[in-house]
Design a protein around this ligand. Structure first.
Ligand SMILES: [Zn+2]
Length: 318
């Protein structure tokens, strides 16, 4: 009997990963290509198709449900990637249409925002199995989010619903990649944490901090985590500030969709309680009494490194 599988593609700012996933959520084969730095979509689609064909040749007797794609600024309705600040492709890219040209035999080719794909992955293969209302927060270069309401992903009128990363947390605050100011992701993404660290370092003239000798481009959220584990004051304060702002924003989100749980996903989530504790405290302190002590704050249960592929494949898996 043929093995039922689907293909997941995760388009990232640096790399694009893809894999073939079976019905149990096992990644049977995976590959990766560099996302180009120049706007050459034709070449990128060809390279991607070549990589996927190579994986397909490794799996015998497979029945393909289709291809699911997670991409920044992905429009589920139109199958397009639109004005993504972290990708080289300018304007509106008809990604699904271009990929259909390479894979005319596929029954379904579906694209969505990368955080929405992660939410679907969590729902089908991860910790949100059986949940009808939850929020997925993906903390990386930016802060992505997917809202599952009444068992379905919220797409909104134009396919772009659920952009928690772009709610205003500080009027006239930091400049955001979207062109606005003071948005949540400028504070509570991995990049936002680095920005906070640098602000603290300069305000406190903290030459003795473990973070003091790095340049802005060298410093990562992992460095901040490592320094915090060694009780570095600046690093600990970064986690407190990040948790405080994110917790407040999550309370706002809870007031709107009343989720059973919020899942956190991405590199900084490895910091565990260093990040979860200040988020939970701030979140609970900003909640209306009817929501207090009800909503679980949980780390994503998707396997690290495979989550994006799983999430994208979940788009067409069921
Ligand atoms: Zn923004």
């Amino acid at each position: 009997m043929a093995t039922k599988v689907s293909i997941g593609i995760d388009i990232g700012g640096t790399n694009s990963e893809f894999g073939i996933v079976n019905e149990a959520g096992k990644v049977l084969a995976r590959g990766m290509i560099n996302t180009p730095t120049k706007d050459n979509i034709k070449q990128f689609i060809e390279d991607l198709a070549k990589g996927i064909r190579q994986l397909m040749s490794q799996i015998n007797d497979a029945e393909y449900a289709g291809i699911g794609i997670g991409a920044p600024n992905g429009n589920y309705y139109a199958g397009t990637i639109e004005h993504a600040p972290n990708l080289p492709f300018k304007g509106v890219v008809p990604f699904v249409e271009l990929l259909k040209g390479q894979f005319p035999e596929m029954k379904k080719i579906v694209l969505t925002n990368d955080a929405n794909a992660a939410a679907l992955g969590e729902m089908i293969y991860g910790g949100a199995k059986g949940m009808k209302n939850f929020i997925m927060i993906a903390i990386g270069t930016g802060l992505g989010s997917g809202f599952v309401v009444n068992g379905e992903l919220a797409y909104g009128s134009d396919g772009f619903a659920g952009e928690l990363g772009h709610i205003t947390v500080t009027a006239e605050g930091r400049e955001c990649g979207c062109g606005q100011f003071g948005h949540l992701e400028t504070y509570c993404s991995a990049t936002g944490m680095v920005r906070t660290a640098f602000e603290l370092l300069s305000h406190h003239n903290a030459k003795d901090s473990l973070l003091a000798n790095k340049t802005f481009n060298q410093l990562t959220s992992k460095d901040i985590y490592d320094a915090a584990k060694q009780e570095d004051e600046i690093a600990l304060t970064v986690f407190e500030i990040t948790g405080d702002i994110l917790g407040q924003a999550l309370a706002d989100a809870i007031h709107i969709t009343s989720p059973q749980a919020i899942f956190l996903f991405g590199g900084p989530v490895a910091a565990g309680e260093l990040l979860f504790k200040p988020i939970r405290e701030s979140m609970e302190s900003h909640l209306m009494p009817v929501f207090k002590n009800k909503v679980k704050l949980l780390p994503s249960q998707l396997r690290l490194g495979e989550a994006a592929i799983l999430g994208a494949s979940a788009l067409v898996a069921k």
